[in-house]
Design a protein around this ligand. Structure first.
Ligand SMILES: NC(=O)c1ccc[n+]([C@@H]2O[C@H](COP(=O)([O-])OP(=O)(O)OC[C@H]3O[C@@H](n4cnc5c(N)ncnc54)[C@H](OP(=O)(O)O)[C@@H]3O)[C@@H](O)[C@H]2O)c1
Length: 291
């Protein structure tokens, strides 16, 4: 009997790694990559045992085919102001289709009270899954190492500098490859039902330390520039970042600056049997993005 696993948000940072890692497993697993845009999903098509299905979370009509005969779901919703509605629609579809297990990508500190907006959105989705009656595993990762590629690589390339309002704050950044590996275990082995995994990298680093590592790995001087919150907000406004998003990010940065994102866990090693990637390894593997 084969197992069909649907991965939503399959072209994103975590989703594409989950699809890739599932496709490399032996066993009778069919991987269904739920993609928003077929063009972005082209690379996933080439992976063995992977089928592509188009999904628009804001269009419930488009979801039926994706969920039909899906046994398990890796649930990713984007950083969007209607992510709760999107996720609830996905959980409802999962229930209708008889999905047996949901692994949800959440965020570290989602349960904190009062916590921050980013966490509260995730906790509301977690609660909806809890009351759905579907078996679940919640993955609560720290900030992604891949954020340095997505948000800082451009200025590192052009000016050798990157900017954030977090001062000396240390963060236990995690590689999305390790988040995916934990998720793949939760989807394919026993004993993860009802579990909540706080997932971090092996160490907490300040941006000054990351800049030092970037300088060593790239062979060029990279500087971290601490900026006041007001400057960060101005820059986000100039880049046309929606106000809700800028406010949520600034709230996260203030928590990081205050030293509340330093906690590390051994979840990756405990669940996968492998050590998590260090920042040095991550930067080395992606150094071309920063040169
Ligand atoms: N970044 C961090 O440090 C961090 C830390 C902890 C938790 N998280 C959580 O991680 C999640 C994001 O994961 P990620 O970074 O892997 O995702 P991502 O790279 O932002 O990608 C989002 C995925 O969702 C798809 N998508 C967007 N809108 C859609 C729609 N309307 N219908 C269907 N698909 C849609 C995107 O496809 P298109 O690109 O084609 O639109 C993409 O595949 C968020 O919930 C965030 O809160 C992030």
């Amino acid at each position: 009997m084969h197992t069909t696993i649907l991965v939503t948000g399959a072209t994103g940072n975590v989703g594409r790694e989950v699809v890739k890692q599932l496709s490399m497993l032996d066993g009778d697993i069919r991987v269904r990559a739920g993609v928003h845009s077929i063009i972005k999903g082209e690379n996933l098509k080439r992976l063995p045992g992977v089928e592509i299905v188009e999904m628009d979370f804001e269009d419930p009509e488009s979801l039926h085919a994706a969920f039909t005969h899906a046994d398990k779901v890796f649930l990713i919703t984007p950083f969007a102001d209607d992510q709760i509605e999107m996720a609830k629609t996905l959980v409802d579809e999962a229930k209708k289709a008889g999905v047996k297990h949901i692994v949800k990508l959440s965020a570290l500190g989602a349960h904190a009270e009062p916590g921050i907006q980013l966490g509260r959105w995730h906790r509301e989705i977690e609660k909806y899954i809890e009351q759905s009656g579907i078996s679940y595993t919640f993955l609560r990762p720290a900030s992604f190492m891949q954020n340095y590629i997505n948000y800082n690589a451009a200025s590192i390339k052009s000016e050798g500098k990157f900017y954030q309002p977090i001062g000396e704050g240390k963060v236990s950044y995690v590689d999305t490859r390790d988040i995916a590996a934990v998720g793949v275990e939760a989807l394919t082995s026993e004993g993860h039902e009802g579990k909540i995994y706080d997932i971090t990298g092996p160490e907490a680093l300040s941006n000054y330390e990351v800049a030092q590592l970037l300088s060593e790995v790239t062979g060029k001087q990279v500087e971290f520039v601490d900026v006041p919150e007001s400057d960060a907000k101005k820059a986000m406004t100039e880049q046309e970042t929606p106000e809700w998003m800028a406010d949520a990010l600034l709230e996260l940065y203030s928590v990081q600056k205050a030293g509340h994102s330093e906690k590390t866990t051994d979840t990756v090693a405990q669940v996968t049997g492998r050590k998590p990637h260090t920042m040095q390894q991550f930067l080395q593997d992606h150094k071309d993005c920063f040169i």
